[in-house]
Design a protein around this ligand. Structure first.
Ligand SMILES: [Mn+2]
Length: 309
């Protein structure tokens, strides 16, 4: 029999969650998809908090997927098949923290830990066991899940809190921010980040294109999107934590038509600057170590050259 990790490592996965998915289901799905790949099936809908959450992460989602198109179907945070929008004929792996009612006979594998309190914590433990580094966004996604399912940490055990604290360290987020996002004043934390980003904004004209860059401590993607909406063709938003620098890039439709590919841009920059980068043509990111202002300056000047070509 295959091990769970063999299934997770396979290509072409569909990730399913219970109907009206909550932050624990979605946070688990986001982290799993970011690290192992896989489309997140949102056909069963998302609850209010999960909808808000999804807006912070740019994830590939699927609606009404054809099960036959996928090699593996993974079900998260779901106590029984009846909670899925449609029951697939075969399931490779179920990861859950509810009482196992023994209804997963169509599943090759079930990884159920009732003591975990949140599904996201089981996901975190898988990464840990496998020695896989957790990135900031995956850590943030799992924090939302762990916070929600522990009822704002009131159900948390000491071990749970240790896991939670570790993810806080990685994501650079505090509990107030997590709570703000999940509550109805959720957009407050994001709009504060956007306003701070605007306050520190720098920009320049390169040929016909406007390049804008700034520094924030959280929600770089939301800030970069706001800059593109405001009319920038390229937005670089940097953040720095303990010497680790992350830059998120976004490109306008207009500049994409010029054949610009931010994922490639960041990946070659990563190669040259001893960092790691990549992503899509219009949305990509880059991590390295150093001084965030200096690294943004390098991004901008390198990009100006790229436009000149
Ligand atoms: Mn859950």
């Amino acid at each position: 029999m295959r091990k769970s990790i063999d299934i997770l490592g396979r290509k072409n996965k569909l990730i399913m969650m219970h109907r009206s998915a909550d932050p624990d289901a979605l946070g688990s799905a986001i982290a799993l998809s970011r690290i192992f790949g896989g489309d997140i099936d949102i056909t069963g809908g998302l609850n209010r908090s999960a909808k808000k959450m999804l807006g912070l992460f740019e994830m590939e989602t699927a609606e009404n997927p054809n099960f036959g198109d996928y090699n593996e179907i993974i079900v998260l945070d779901t106590a029984s098949p009846a909670q899925l929008h449609t029951i697939p004929p075969e399931i490779s792996l179920v990861i859950d923290h509810h009482l196992d009612a023994g209804e997963w006979e169509m599943a090759e594998h079930t990884l159920v830990d009732e003591s975990a309190i949140a599904c996201a914590r089981i996901i975190k433990n898988i990464f840990e066991t496998e020695g896989i580094d957790i990135d900031r966004d995956s850590a943030l996604a799992m924090l939302f899940g762990m916070y929600t399912d522990s009822k704002g940490l009131s159900l948390a055990t000491a071990d749970f809190l240790r896991d939670f604290a570790e993810l806080m360290d990685i994501s650079g987020t505090d509990i107030g921010t997590i709570n703000d996002i999940l509550q109805d004043n959720g957009s407050d934390a994001v709009s504060t980040a956007v306003m701070k980003g605007l306050q520190r904004l720098k920009f320049g004209k390169y040929g016909k294109f406007t390049v804008a860059w700034t520094v924030v401590s959280v929600f770089e993607s939301a800030v970069a999107n706001a800059l593109i909406h405001a009319g920038a063709d390229i937005a670089f938003v940097g953040s720095e934590k303990d010497g680790d620098v992350r830059v998120i890039g976004r490109a306008s439709e207009r500049i994409l038509r010029k054949g610009i590919h931010l994922g490639r841009f960041f990946s070659s920059l990563g190669y040259e600057m001893d960092g790691e980068g990549g992503g899509h043509d219009g949305a990509a990111g880059f991590t390295t170590v150093g001084d965030v202002e200096g690294i943004l300056t390098i991004c901008v000047s390198r990009f100006a050259k790229e436009i000149d070509k």
